[in-house]
Design a protein around this ligand. Structure first.
Ligand code: ZN
Length: 298
């Protein structure tokens, strides 16, 4: 089974073979209440709740938002995942449930999912960008994630792309994530729409109303510029063959695609031809990727 441990919500998926059998959503804050032991216990119960009757749990893969020490099984994300940060959550869960537990960055997990079972279609150079609470970035080369010298996952959501002076929790200013996260899009849409609707419906409502409302259209145009500038930097460095956009703001891709592509347009000699696709596993990508790929190496 796989868990996508997000900054806002978490999803647990039980899989039988390559098929999703059971999916459960929980607010991460709820999982994170109480002591470390209680949090691990709640994760264990979540795991048990998605094991289909008559099947046996083989392994657990976790995709977690932010920096993750894959070898030690420790999350380091005080900013958006404080409840599961700084202690060996994978090891403690393994002790509690008695099967292998592995953990990786959630963008890596989503990339594994889309690569093996979604829009990535086994591409040899796949860039995954998730537009969620934050912005997650993972680059898979021949199915393997690009890692830093210390084994850590490069936090591509924190490349500076704007001159916005507001400081990001990572310490820099003008980060890709600050400008292109779903949270930022929601906030700007809420302002443009007078705070009328909340949550995910806000983006859907914004997409519907963008055709007739200049202010809303401008929000999506600005958002496209932010997404496009981040992609331009990542494409320049990594030259992927396919880029898959996931996370809950990916639904806006059909609306912003042309404006995003305009940000990627450059002179002939510097042109990088990348196919831009919307994720097909949707919100399941992280949990499926965690289950399929991370558990395969557990
Ligand atoms: Zn940052």
């Amino acid at each position: 089974m796989g868990i996508d441990l997000g900054g806002t919500g978490s999803r647990a998926i039980g899989m039988v073979g390559d098929e999703v059998a059971i999916a459960v959503d929980v607010p991460t804050r709820e999982l994170g209440a109480g002591s470390e032991t209680e949090r691990v216990e709640r994760l264990a119960r979540l795991v048990e709740s998605v094991v289909p009757v008559g099947t046996e749990l083989a392994a657990v893969g976790i995709g977690a938002s932010g920096p993750v020490d894959v070898d030690a099984g420790v999350i380091h994300n005080q900013a958006t995942l404080p409840w599961f940060t700084g202690f060996p959550v994978a090891g403690q869960l393994r002790n509690r449930i008695g099967v292998p537990v592995s953990i990786d960055n959630d963008a890596v997990a989503a990339a594994f999912g889309e690569h093996r079972a979604g829009a990535g279609e086994q591409s040899d150079r796949l860039l995954m960008v998730t537009l969620g609470t934050g912005v997650g970035v993972a680059m898979l080369v021949d199915g393997r994630p690009v890692r830093g010298a210390d084994g850590a996952h490069p936090e591509g959501g924190h490349i500076p792309i704007t001159s916005d002076p507001q400081r990001c929790y990572c310490g820099l200013t003008g980060c890709f994530e600050q400008a292109a996260s779903r949270s930022t899009l929601q906030q700007k849409l809420s302002e443009a729409m007078g705070g009328a609707t909340i949550g995910r419906q806000l983006i859907a409502a914004g997409i519907t109303r963008a055709a007739d409302d200049e202010r809303i259209r401008a929000v999506f145009q600005d958002y496209a510029v932010a997404v496009g500038r981040g992609l331009a930097a990542l494409h320049t460095l990594w030259q992927p063959r396919v880029t898959v956009i996931g996370g809950s703001a990916a639904v806006s891709l059909p609306l912003i695609r042309e404006d995003v592509l305009r940000q990627l347009d450059r002179s002939q000699d510097y042109r990088i031809d990348v196919e831009l696709r919307e994720a097909t596993l949707g919100d399941n990508a992280g949990a499926i990727g965690a289950a399929l790929a991370i558990t395969a190496t557990a």
